[in-house]
Design a protein around this ligand. Sequence first.
Ligand code: APR
Length: 247
Amino acid sequence: MNDYRKFSEILCKSRHAVALTGAGISVESGIPDFRSKDGLWSRFDPGEYAYIESFRANPAKVWKMLSEMDSLFSRVQPNAAHAALSEFERLGLLKAVVTQNIDSLHQRAGSSNVIEFHGHFRSLHCDRCGNIRDRKDIELKALPPLCSCGGPLRPDIVFFGEGIPGDAYRRAFEESENCDLMLVIGTSAMVAPASMLPRVAKKAGARVLEVNPTASELSHSLTDLLIMEPAGKALGVILAIVREMRS
Ligand code: APR
């Protein structure tokens, strides 16, 4: 229990806390992560589905994975972990959430300052002419969905081999340089440049607290406190302790 209390105390005393989240925070909502045993990459080889070159070579094939993700996103709800981060923001304890996730669950849980480092699925654009379409206006019947120009539409997510959206990149590094605390929730921290953010925060003097049932790339080298529990469970307990500390 003392780890929970210590985590909560550090959060309550922080001046500028930010969170970095990965696929693990959405697992309790029913969205598989990528690299765990039954993760997405165990069913779709990232070498064939996750690269922009793969999409351009065979958009219909990559849309088989994309449409599965899309229909999952439409069926799931935020979990207690998303809700806790949203409440920390409302309490003034959390200034920003940098997420690697494209599922929009942080916004649906009420977080307002969400920096989507790998984009999102709420809109698509044509890979040929750049025309942007709202996801709600597209029927995913024939795959790939086509633009009026005939080019294939693709979600506004970041494929491997593409750059991070400029505004998200700038804001994420700014938050990491200015924070005194980074909560790293549900990420293996294996993918750059997102995995650089905790290192930037640490270098700027911040403490790094992690929630992950298994150790990540950061846990033994950079993390000051690791709570090895599922995010929904852990952040629910921490929120209750924070509320008690502030009452
Ligand atoms: N609560 C917290 N963490 C969890 C939970 C849970 N319930 N379940 C799994 N995890 C942890 C796993 O132990 C793992 O460390 O979440 C992490 C998920 O790691 P990845 O599957 O590698 O996902 P992520 O770190 O978000 O991947 C980063 O890689 O494939 C690309 O673009 C994709 O954004 C993704 C990026």
